[in-house]
Design a protein around this ligand. Structure first.
Ligand code: SAH
Ligand code: SF4
Length: 432
């Protein structure tokens, strides 16, 4: 979601006549788009801002001004604190108000000595005000839903991104059509809780993510559909059926479970048990036997004991995730879990994370090794480090490098996998 927001911010700046630079010393405007999900991410912003301030001062000596802005969830959560901790920042906006950047920049150009902060939850829909989303390559993000009403007890998202909102069906379909016309062959539908999508159609009827996927699959030229991130309790049978019926829907699903222990899931306020999760996987496998699962895990949630942690390892051994993200629980100010008793010592969190990651990487590596010899469709998205090499993604989101002519960038090519590591595959082209 943040990658998507950052690209939209870049588009706003381009629409105002600015150009992108890769050399930060050349930049007249620098905007940090920030994440507040864990303490480490949030604190990094302030050390990065400190470094940037030095560059700002060096540029000032050469007579060049630098405008520094901060956007995203850190702003929503820290509000005026940003300015107290980094007084050289010119403006800050939350994740729901960055479409107001043109006004903000205009105000700054009128009076540079004004700190502007905008952390409203606006009445207007930011999607109506953003410049058109353009396909940046073969794979495009398309935001269809924002915010979350789930209030997992550890999570800041409902506070920083606000209440759940679904874009209307027509707006999504029109944008999708344009992205495909501009060359997108894969669409990744985005939302904090994307499978709770319930946008209205022209008749005012609420439509589900399953409906949207079936509609999008009708677009000629679109070859792949993905969506992220999903909430287990919202995995409806209709959505699961799409894996049986819609060939364009990729056989890969990121479905965060967080923990294998029902006691911990309850304390997290997740509306699913580990048994529910396994039943969803059974149905998905029934609909699409070759489906690969990915997940998020939190270790060291308050009161997690050895048995709870073992339950997490057990579920990994049952599901055999092909990829996963795992984190140490990070207490976030203002969330209920931060105030819970029995916070877990850092040392224990670290040990548990290492054990879990070793197991997860083992399954990821096994899956990648099993890919050797298979022919897979790969969407090439960027140039590799070596000349003549491109990097792409398999249907299972594995990174794959191959020697491919550059004109195959942003296209889907059939590739035979020749070798594999835990993090990537290598292959050779066999056809289109
Ligand atoms: N809406 C998505 C995830 C959003 S946050 C979902 O429900 O799955 C992405 C991931 O960050 C979460 O899945 C969770 O694993 C992790 N996360 C969120 N808050 C956290 C916290 N306080 N400490 C550690 N990890 C956290
Ligand atoms: Fe956060 Fe996801 Fe839970 Fe929403 S569903 S509160 S975004 S972890």
């Amino acid at each position: 979601m943040n990658v998507y927001d950052s690209s939209r911010i870049a588009e706003i700046l381009k629409s105002l006549g600015h150009r992108e630079t890769t050399d930060i010393r050349e930049a007249d405007i620098v905007i940090f788009n920030t994440c507040h999900i864990r303490e480490k991410a949030a604190e990094k912003v302030f050390s990065d801002l400190g470094r940037l301030n030095q560059i700002r001062e060096e540029r000032l000596e050469q007579g060049k001004e630098t405008i520094i802005g901060v956007t995203g969830c850190v702003v929503q959560a820290e509000d005026e604190q940003i300015w107290k901790r980094a007084p050289f920042v010119d403006f800050a906006t939350g994740p729901l108000t960055y479409h107001r950047l043109p006004e903000i920049l205009a105000k700054i150009s009128r009076n540079k000595h004004n700190f502007i902060i905008d952390t409203e939850f606006p009445a207007e829909d930011k999607f109506d005000f953003l410049p058109k989303n353009h396909a940046s390559g073969g794979c495009s993000y398309l935001a269809i839903q924002e915010g979350c009403n789930n209030f997992c007890t550890y999570c800041v998202v409902p506070y920083t991104r606000g209440a759940e909102y679904s874009r209307p069906v027509e707006a999504v379909l029109t944008e999708a059509q344009r992205l495909v016309e501009e060359g997108a062959v894969e669409l990744n539908l985005l939302g904090q809780n994307v499978n709770s999508y319930h946008g209205e159609d022209r008749m005012g009827h609420e439509r589900s993510l399953a409906y949207l996927i079936r509609k999008l699959a009708e677009l000629d030229g679109l070859k792949r559909i993905r969506y992220t991130t999903s909430y287990p309790a919202d995995m409806t049978d209709d959505l699961i059926d799409c894996y049986r019926d819609v060939d364009k829907l990729m056989p890969y699903l990121h479905l965060p479970i967080q923990s294998g222990s029902d006691k911990i899931l309850k304390a997290m306020n997740r509306r699913h048990t580990s048994g529910d999760y396994l039943r969803i996987i059974d149905k998905l496998k029934d609909a699409k036997p070759e489906i690969g699962m990915s997940s998020d895990f939190i270790v060291g949630f308050p009161a997690e004991d050895d048995n709870d942690f073992q339950a997490t390892l057990d579920i990994v051994n049952k599901v055999k995730f092909i990829q996963a993200f795992s984190f140490k629980y990070s207490p976030r100010p203002g969330t209920p879990a931060a105030l819970m008793k029995n916070q877990i010592p850092e040392k224990v969190k670290k040990e548990r994370l290492e054990i879990l990651q070793t197991l997860l990487f083992d399954y990821q590596n096994k899956f990648n090794q099993a890919s050797i010899g298979q022919t897979m469709s790969v969407l090439f998205e960027s140039k590799g480090r070596h000349a003549g090499q491109l990097i792409g993604r398999t249907p299972y989101m594995q990174n794959l490098h191959a020697k491919v002519p550059e004109d195959k960038l942003n296209q889907i090519v059939m590739v035979k996998v020749t070798s594999a590591t835990t993090n990537s595959l290598t292959g050779s082209v066999v056809g289109e």
